[in-house]
Design a protein around this ligand. Structure first.
Ligand SMILES: *[C@@H]1O[C@H](CO)[C@@H](O)[C@H](O)[C@H]1NC(C)=O
Ligand SMILES: *[C@@H]1O[C@H](CO)[C@@H](O)[C@H](O)[C@H]1NC(C)=O
Ligand SMILES: *[C@@H]1O[C@H](CO)[C@@H](O)[C@H](O)[C@H]1NC(C)=O
Ligand SMILES: *[C@@H]1O[C@H](CO)[C@@H](O)[C@H](O)[C@H]1NC(C)=O
Ligand SMILES: *[C@@H]1O[C@H](CO)[C@@H](O)[C@H](O)[C@H]1NC(C)=O
Ligand SMILES: *[C@@H]1O[C@H](CO)[C@@H](O)[C@H](O)[C@H]1NC(C)=O
Length: 216
């Protein structure tokens, strides 16, 4: 068999690289709503003393991105607590947590009242969810899961509204007094995207290139 010409090899490399780019599915085409526990929903079964679904297993089968929603189909017997603090998550209770560390989504009032709780994913990296009902017993029995939120398409404008900057008193007009600037008080609304995806792509590119050197 004749040895392929360098031009043919070059074309092969280009075709392969295009293929790799096309197969890179790390960026989703749209935002996704993930119903927690799928058809089972977010429930604790007090009779069996267990969570109604394996929520960690459910979470491990999904891919989460900024701008996606978790949809908790539940009732007011369970709570939905969000935290980014793993210590708080492991403790299963919010009592010792800093106020800024946990967020409880509105749980309704009447006992057993059906609820649908949409939770937007606005922070990249580990996000933790649990129910702190029954003094943490629900959480200890499986009403807890961790997800890792990736950048995906980034936040949509509807979720990317930074809080208004804090009020700063105007400087007095007849003095040279310097007023403190507000910049250090402003918070970054969400963490900047990681460059991990780009690094993986570069890695694949270099790996393929090296592979071809060896073959040629
Ligand atoms: C996802 O859930 C949010 C919040 O309930 C809703 O505004 C949005 O329309 C839903 N998106 C889809 C694709 O169902
Ligand atoms: C709890 O589990 C028991 C036994 O599997 C079942 O009969 C019951 O319907 C469950 N209750 C709820 C609220 O899912
Ligand atoms: C539920 O199970 C846990 C762990 O097995 C146990 O410590 C707890 O006492 C049980 N609660 C009830 C109400 O049965
Ligand atoms: C997490 O929460 C614990 C307990 O409230 C606190 O001591 C710790 O500083 C928090 N960690 C971070 C990274 O905020
Ligand atoms: C909610 O909890 C109460 C008290 O434990 C129980 O009687 C009721 O059946 C529960 N409701 C649902 C829908 O699980
Ligand atoms: C304001 O600054 C100027 C120049 O630095 C100085 O000459 C003037 O005395 C200052 N005025 C006051 C009220 O401090």
């Amino acid at each position: 068999m004749a040895k392929p010409s360098p031009a043919v090899l070059n074309l092969a490399v280009i075709a392969l690289l295009i293929g790799v780019a096309a197969a890179d599915t790390s960026s989703p085409a749209a935002y996704t709503n993930h119903t927690v526990g799928a058809t089972t929903g977010w429930f604790f079964n007090a009779t069996t003393n267990t969570s109604s679904a394996d929520y960690s297993k459910w979470a491990s089968d999904q891919s989460f991105n900024l701008g996606d929603f978790l949809i908790f189909k539940t009732n007011s017997n369970q709570t939905v607590i969000q935290t980014y603090n793993e210590t708080t998550f492991r403790s299963c209770i919010t009592d010792d947590a800093l106020d800024s560390d946990t967020f409880e989504y509105d749980g309704g009032n009447a006992i057993g009242e059906a609820l649908t709780v949409p939770v937007p994913l606005t922070v990249e990296g580990p996000n933790y969810y649990f129910s702190d009902a029954d003094d943490g017993a629900q959480c200890a029995q499986g009403m807890a899961f961790e997800i890792v939120v990736k950048h995906g398409l980034g936040l949509p404008p509807s979720l990317n509204q930074p809080p208004p900057p804090p009020y700063v008193e105007p400087p007095p007009s007849d003095s040279n007094q310097t007023t403190p600037t507000s910049t250090d008080q402003q918070q970054t609304f969400y963490r900047a995207g990681s460059a991990r995806g780009a690094n993986v792509r570069t890695g694949v590119f270099l790996f393929l290139l090296c592979g071809f050197w060896v073959l040629v």
